[in-house]
Design a protein around this ligand. Structure first.
Ligand code: C5P
Length: 222
């Protein structure tokens, strides 16, 4: 059985990481959360007071950063230069600035190269916005996962509540829509469904149903 490359793209909070993690566990593959890499840079930039519009300063900062993942039982931890930033990179200030940081060409070139190295030998499930189109155009399996904005806000709302954060549902929906707009309208590798990607709308599906659907798609490629 060959070691496949599986790309899962789609807008914010469509369920990509939840599903990608489950699929990776099932296949004993590496899970790579590319959004966490853009978030890590954004977090480091905020700490250093670097303007998200300053491409040169961001690129210089990124050059000095190692970003690594460590798989745990429940979640995957993210480390920047050895420091655990797993919680910090999910904070609202990072979420609201990450699209500006990720729009820069130099930033994408650097991170895409790192992502391609991680996926080099296959056996990887990678989620993001441009995996099927730019990072792994030869991935054997490409999924484009969507859900209605209302459903995505609802999911994020519940996830936040479990962490003790209470943001009004409509604020979350507006933030999600704004991030989608920026990600889909940037010049470099905008969020778009690859021609050969399979569309899955998760609005009315359970996590298990989505996992089963994708497993069926993977089985046909093995
Ligand atoms: O997946 P997540 O919501 O954590 O991604 C955070 C942000 O990182 C996205 O809104 C997008 O701006 C950026 N991103 C990207 N390309 C990827 C993954 C994430 O531009 N492959």
């Amino acid at each position: 059985v060959s070691q496949l490359k599986i790309a899962i793209d789609g807008p914010a909070s469509a369920g990509k990481s939840t599903i990608a993690k489950l699929i990776a566990k099932d296949l004993n593959y590496i899970y790579c959360d590319t959004g966490a890499m853009y978030r890590s840079l954004t977090y480091a930039a905020i700490k250093k007071n670097i303007d998200p519009a300053n491409e040169e300063a961001l690129a210089a900062l990124l050059k000095e950063m190692t970003i690594s993942f460590k798989a745990g039982k429940e979640q995957q931890s993210v480390f920047v230069n050895g420091e655990d930033v797993t919680e910090e990179i999910r904070q609202p200030d990072v979420t609201n600035q990450v699209s500006a940081v990720s729009a820069h060409k130099k930033i994408r070139e650097d991170l895409v190269r790192r992502q391609q190295e991680i996926a080099e030998d296959g056996g990887v499930v990678m989620d993001g916005r441009d995996i099927g189109t730019a990072v792994l155009p030869n991935a054997e399996v490409k999924i484009f996962m969507v859900a209605s904005a209302a459903e995505r806000a609802e999911r994020r709302y519940k996830e936040n509540l479990s962490k003790g954060i209470e943001t009004p549902l409509l604020v979350l929906q507006k933030e999600i829509e704004e991030r989608d707009y920026k990600d889909a309208h940037r010049q470099v590798s905008p969020l778009v469904q690859a021609e050969d990607a399979i569309l899955i709308d998760t609005t009315n599906l359970s996590i298990l149903e989505v996992v089963e659907k994708i497993k069926g798609i993977i089985e046909k490629k093995q």
